[in-house]
Design a protein around this ligand. Structure first.
Ligand code: HEM
Length: 385
C-alpha cells in the first residue's frame, strides 16, 4: 500500500475514499500532522449514539456486536474517562514491568518447543501464542481457549466475503456467550486476576454495567493480542528484509528498544485508527466534511511522512528522533503500549540470542498481507533457523 499512501499524501492531507463493505465514504487522514490533529480533535466523535440514523445505517450493517461494543474505544468523554480509569492502573509501566519474568518464561518455553532445521510458521509457533498467553493470564480467561479467540478475532477483523454477514454474526454470538459464561464463573468464584477485580468494581455500584464489563474483557482480549502478534511478525519480516540492519542489531544489542520503535514506524501492526464521525458539517485541513461521515487516521501513511521523518522509506533501527503514531495519539492513545513494547523487546532479544540463523523459508516476495482495514500483518511467516 505504501506507494498509494505516498500519492495520497502528495495530493491531500485528507483523502476521500470508499470500501466495498460500507455504503458511505471513508475519509483517510493520511499526512502526519493532520493525523495527530484529527486524533486530538474532540469534534470527531466515537460514540455511535451521536450519529444520525441514516449514517448508522450506511456504516453499520452488523448490529450483533452491540453488547461487545460498550468499551472505551467506542466511547467519548465522560464515559471514556470513566471506563479507561477503571483499568488504567493495571497497565502502567511499573505494573507491566513486574510481568517481565513471566513474559520471558513464556517466550523461552515457546522457543524451546521449536524444532531446529524444520520450517515453521513463526506467527503460529511464537508471535501468536506469546501475547495471547500474557493477556489471557492477566485477565484470567483460560489460555487453552486461545485458538478460539484467534478464530473469532480474525473473523471480526476481516471484511465479510461477498457482503455475507452470517459468519460474523455467528462468531459475535459465540464470543458473547463464551464471555458471559466466563464472567459468571468468576462472579461465583473470584480469583486474583483482572476480570475478578473488574467484577468487584461492577458490584460496588454504578461504575460498570454488565455489558460494559463484558465489552471491556472483549476489548482487552482482542486489542491485547492481535496487534502485538503482528508487531513481532512484521518486525521479523523487516529485519530479514534488511540483513544489514539485522547484523547491526546483533552487534549492538543496546539498539533493541530503538529497533522496536522503528518497526512500529516502518511496518506497524495497525493500518488505520478505528473510526470517528463528524456530528455536524466540519472544516478540517482544507476539506469540507459533511455531518455523519466516517474518518480514520492513516497510521502507516502518517508514519512515512517525509515532512516529519527524513528518508521515510528507509528502515533504520537507530532512527532518532522517532515520533511515530503507531499507538495513536490523544485520549485513546494505546492503553497497552507499555505491555506491547515489553513483549516485543523480550521477544526480539530472545529470537536474536536463540535463533542466530533465522531466515525466510520461502521467497519473501511470495508472502501475502492480510486483507483488513485495521490490521497490517502477514498471512503466514514461514522461517527456518
Ligand atoms: C488503543 C495500537 C497493543 C489495548 C490503541 C490505538 C492504537 C493501538 C493505534 C488507538 C486506536 C484509535 O485511536 O482509534 C496498538 C499497537 C499495539 C497495541 C500497535 C501493539 C504493538 C495493545 C495491547 C493492549 C492494548 C497489548 C492490551 C491491553 C488497547 C486499548 C485501547 C488501545 C484498551 C483503547 C484505548 C482507549 O480507547 O482509550 N492501540 N495497540 N493495545 N489499545 Fe492498543
Amino acid at each position: 500500500p505504501f506507494p498509494l499512501y505516498a500519492r495520497m499524501r502528495r495530493e491531500t492531507p485528507v483523502a476521500r475514499s470508499r470500501h466495498p463493505s460500507m455504503e458511505g465514504p471513508i475519509w483517510v487522514v493520511c499526512r502526519y500532522q493532520a493525523a495527530v490533529d484529527f486524533l486530538k480533535d474532540p469534534r470527531f466523535a466515537k460514540s455511535k449514539q451521536k450519529l444520525p440514523k441514516e449514517s448508522q445505517r450506511r456504516y453499520f450493517r452488523v448490529s450483533s456486536l452491540k453488547h461487545l461494543d460498550q468499551h472505551m474505544l467506542s466511547a467519548d468523554p465522560p464515559m471514556h474517562t470513566r471506563l479507561r480509569s477503571l483499568v488504567a492502573q493495571a497497565f502502567t509501566l511499573r505494573r507491566v514491568e513486574a510481568l517481565r519474568p513471566r513474559i520471558t518464561a513464556i517466550a523461552s518455553q515457546l522457543l524451546d518447543q521449536l524444532q531446529p532445521q524444520q520450517q515453521v510458521d513463526l506467527l503460529d509457533a511464537f508471535a501468536f501464542p506469546l501475547p495471547i498467553t500474557v493477556i489471557a493470564e492477566l485477565l484470567g480467561v483460560p489460555v487453552e481457549d486461545q485458538d478460539r479467540f484467534r478464530e473469532w478475532t480474525t473473523t471480526f477483523l476481516t471484511p465479510p466475503k461477498d457482503g455475507d454477514l452470517a459468519p460474523l454474526r455467528r462468531m459475535a454470538q459465540e464470543f458473547q456467550t463464551y464471555l458471559q459464561d466466563f464472567l459468571a464463573r468468576r462472579r461465583a468464584d473470584p480469583q486474583d486476576d483482572l476480570a475478578s477485580a473488574m467484577i468487584a468494581a461492577e458490584e460496588q455500584g454504578d461504575r460498570l454495567t454488565p455489558e460494559e464489563l463484558m465489552s471491556m474483557v472483549f476489548l482487552l482480549l482482542v486489542a491485547g493480542h492481535e496487534t502485538t502478534v503482528n508487531l513481532i511478525g512484521n518486525g521479523v519480516w523487516a529485519l530479514l528484509q534488511h540483513p544489514g540492519q539485522l547484523e547491526r542489531l546483533r552487534a549492538e544489542p543496546a539498539l533493541l528498544d530503538s529497533a522496536v520503535e522503528e518497526m512500529l514506524r516502518y511496518c506497524g501492526p495497525v493500518r488505520h485508527s478505528t473510526s470517528r464521525f463528524t456530528t455536524e458539517d466540519t472544516e478540517f485541513h482544507g476539506q469540507h466534511i459533511p455531518a455523519g461521515e466516517m474518518l480514520v487516521a492513516g497510521l502507516l501513511s502518517a508514519n512515512r511522512d517525509g515532512d516529519v521523518f527524513p528518508e521515510p522509506e528507509r528502515f533504520d533501527i537507530g532512527r532518532q528522533p522517532n515520533r511515530h503514531i503507531a499507538f495513536g495519539s490523544g485520549i485513546h492513545f494505546c492503553l497497552g503500549a507499555p505491555l506491547a513494547l515489553l513483549e516485543a523487546q523480550v521477544s526480539f532479544r530472545l529470537l536474536l540470542e536463540r535463533l542466530p540463523r533465522l531466515r525466510f523459508a520461502v521467497d519473501p516476495a511470495t508472502l501475502r498481507w492480510r486483507d483488513s482495514l485495521l490490521i497490517h500483518g502477514l498471512e503466514r511467516l514461514p522461517v527456518t533457523f
